[in-house]
Each structure stands twice: as structure tokens, then as C-alpha cells.
Write a protein that binds this ligand. Structure first.
Ligand code: PLP
Length: 392
């Protein structure tokens, strides 16, 4: 066996759960960095000792100061990312910026989008939006031409995931943005399954909006989503989904229609989720310290290895073979996948299962090669011995 020097393994000691678990589920919930516990304590101490003064001493600005840490990961400039609570809220904010009653009322989505996004879009039909979905021919991938052909002069917004949650398929964002802009449409990219594992640069790509959250590859825990909006669009966008933090002078407590702030605060709404912003910071700092390029290099090596191991064991792989088109997850179509996943959890091998795709297995920068072998070995053993039958 060839032993590969892997400097990223030095990070393992920062993640307590790795001491007793084979953690192959960072596409769903990234492992907690030990230092996040210190941050949460810092929140409690600040609240306890500074009380109301904490707002002026940092809390109020946190949606943007913490957003700057995410901005570095996704290629946004300082002050261009506003932290929200989750992607669903970000979708509501963005789509509420548009007038859906005009002729240009098409909202184009695709069959690989995350369902929560679709729920928001279909609700907009009540305001005149025409939601069109480009189906994925196999439920896992989507030839970019199909999407490009559906973008037309009546399209107001195109919504795609950079990396599909179900199959880890990487979409060609550059081509989609180019076509959308050519016909006067805008693009919102859901980066949840790419940021932190697949390099992405929102400014190079010229996406109009980008959103994502902290739960997965960013190891930031729940309650902190992010919204990037292209700076030159700010003045033109006035979200209906809003609140007093978006006001130019929130502490004037003016009634009547809002006067929007000139900066990224205009996309905020009510009181931010301050504890979540404390806990999320550590993960962002670690991802920035390592750099997504190094994470991606290791991810490609380990997902390639996982595919080799799976295929050698006769398992069907539902993930693109081309590393350029594959995110950080390998999906294995194993019979009784749901039950196998439950048994794996009982054995301290954490993965998850998605209907229509299979068992999702995701190494991250802290994973060892031995853990890849253990995961595939356990799956085969469970399938072979029908251990699933014993699981209720
Ligand atoms: C691509 C993608 N978008 C959105 C979400 C969910 O977003 P939220 O719960 O922050 O609204 C997920 C997963 O939970 C996801 O994988």
C-alpha cells in the first residue's frame, strides 16, 4: 500500500467526534471544531457581562463581520455577504426583490435543486411568477444545454445549485450565468454543497446572488445561512421580505415604508441569530486557514479512492466519475440503503441515505484513508450478512 503524506490530518485533533466515529457525513452536518465550544462560551460570557452594550460592541455588525469570513471562502468582497438564518430565508429575500407580475415573470429552476428552494418559488405563483423546472433526465445529472435552452427573454431569475445535493453533480455555473445575462435574466446559485469543498468565486463567475449555509462543509453548525448579492445591483433591489435591520437608520424607529440601507444590511430583516454566528465562526476560520484548493485536492483523491473501492466491491456508484463534475460526496446505490445506513450508524459509521440516489458518503479534510476502507468494508459486510434484517 502506498502511504500518502497528508498534512490535513493534523486537523483531526480539533474535531472531538473523530476520536470515536467514522465521520463520513460532512455534506449533511460537518463535525464540530472544538474551538466552537469556546466561541459559544464567549457568547454567553459577553451576554452575561456586557448585557445590552454587546449590541454596540459587535453583535449588531455580526451579520456582516461574520459574513466577511464566508466571503473569503466564496470570493466575495468585504461587506458583500450578509448572514441570515438559512437558505430558505435567503431565497425568500431574493425573490421578493422582483416584480413577478410583468411579462418577464419566469423563474427557472431545475430538477436537481433543493426542495426548500422550490417551495419558495412555487409560492410566488400567487404573485404572478411562472415557475418552470428543467427535469434531470436521470435524476442525478443535467446536461447544461437543457438548462441553457430554457433561459429566454421572459426569464427573470435562474436558480441552480452549484453542486446537486442528491448526486454531487457539479453544474456549469459560468455557462448558465453567461446565457442568463445575455437575455437580461439574473442567477441565484445555491452554494451549500460546494462552498468549503469545491472552489467557487462569485465575482469571477459574476453570479447575481449566492446563498448557502454553515451546517455542512463549513463546519459551522445550524442557524447561520449566508447571502451574497452583486454590489452593483444593491441600489436596484428592494426586498419585500425585510425588517428594521435593513433600514438606513434603524434606531430612528421611523414608521411607514422602509428607507433601505445603502450596504448589505438592506438584505437583512429582524434581529440576527447571534449565538449561531458565534458558533459558526470557528468552522469558517478553519476552512480559510486550510484553503479550499487544498481541501478540494484531497477530496478528489479520496472520492476517487472511494469509487474504486466501491466498484471493486461490486457496488453501483451514482456519482459522476469525472472529478471536475463531482463534488465532495460519493453516492452508492446499495439494496436496502435506508436500513444499511441505520446499521452503519449503529456501528459508528455516519453516512446518510437519500431516496432516488442512495447512501451518501463524504470524506472531508479531516478524513483518513483507513476510514474510506472501513466504510466500504462495513457496507459490504452488512449487505452480505443481511444484518439489515435485524434492524427495525
Ligand atoms: C443545496 C442545499 N440547499 C439548501 C439546503 C437547506 O437549506 P436551509 O435549511 O438552510 O434552508 C440544503 C440542505 O439542507 C442543501 O443541500
Amino acid at each position: 500500500m502506498v502511504v500518502i503524506a497528508d498534512p490535513l490530518l493534523a486537523w483531526r485533533k480539533e474535531f472531538p467526534i473523530l476520536g470515536h466515529t467514522t465521520y463520513m457525513i460532512s455534506h449533511s452536518l460537518g463535525a464540530m471544531p472544538q474551538r466552537a465550544a469556546g466561541r459559544m462560551q464567549e457568547f454567553a460570557d459577553t451576554w452575561a457581562s456586557r448585557g445590552i452594550r454587546a449590541w454596540k460592541e459587535g453583535w449588531w455588525e455580526m451579520p456582516v463581520t461574520v459574513g466577511n469570513l464566508v466571503g473569503r471562502i466564496i470570493g466575495a468582497g468585504e461587506g458583500e455577504v450578509a448572514m441570515q438564518q438559512n437558505v430558505s430565508i435567503c431565497q425568500s429575500v431574493v425573490t421578493s426583490c422582483f416584480d413577478w407580475s410583468r411579462r418577464r415573470n419566469k423563474l427557472l429552476t431545475d430538477g436537481l435543486n433543493f426542495p426548500s428552494n422550490d417551495y419558495v418559488y412555487h409560492g410566488l405563483a400567487r404573485w404572478g411568477a411562472r415557475v418552470e423546472t428543467v427535469a434531470s433526465p436521470d435524476g442525478l445529472t443535467l446536461p447544461v444545454e437543457l438548462l441553457l435552452d430554457a433561459i429566454d427573454e421572459e426569464t427573470q431569475l435562474v436558480s441552480v445549485s452549484h453542486v446537486a445535493f442528491r448526486s454531487s453533480y457539479v453544474q456549469d455555473l459560468a455557462a448558465i450565468v453567461e446565457r442568463a445575462h445575455a437575455v437580461g435574466a439574473m442567477v441565484i446559485a445555491d452554494l451549500y454543497q460546494s462552498a468549503g469543498t469545491v472552489p467557487v468565486n462569485v465575482r469571477d463567475l459574476q453570479v447575481d446572488f449566492a446563498t448557502g449555509g454553515s451546517v455542512k462543509w463549513l463546519c459551522g453548525g445550524p442557524g447561520a445561512g449566508y447571502l451574497y448579492v452583486r454590489r452593483d445591483l444593491w441600489d436596484r433591489l428592494n426586498p419585500i421580505a425585510t425588517g428594521w435591520m435593513a433600514h438606513e437608520e434603524p434606531f430612528a424607529f421611523e414608521g411607514g415604508p422602509i428607507r433601505f440601507a445603502g450596504n448589505a444590511f438592506r438584505f437583512l430583516n429582524g434581529t440576527p441569530n447571534v449565538p449561531a454566528l458565534y458558533s459558526a465562526r470557528s468552522g469558517y476560520e478553519i476552512i480559510n486557514e486550510i484553503g479550499v484548493a487544498a481541501i478540494r485536492e484531497k477530496s478528489i483523491r479520496q472520492t476517487t479512492r472511494l469509487i474504486e473501492l466501491a466498484e471493486a466491491a461490486g457496488l453501483r456508484v451514482n456519482t459522476p466519475r469525472d472529478p471536475e463534475r463531482r463534488g465532495g460526496v460519493v453516492i452508492l446505490d446499495v439494496p436496502n440503503g435506508k436500513q444499511v445506513t441505520r446499521e452503519l450508524t449503529r456501528r459508528e459509521v455516519l453516512v446518510d441515505y437519500r431516496p432516488g440516489a442512495g447512501i451518501r458518503v463524504a470524506p472531508h479534510f479531516y478524513s483518513t484513508d483507513e476510514e474510506l476502507e472501513r466504510t466500504i468494508g462495513e457496507i459490504c459486510e452488512i449487505a452480505r450478512t443481511s444484518a439489515v434484517e435485524n434492524v427495525t
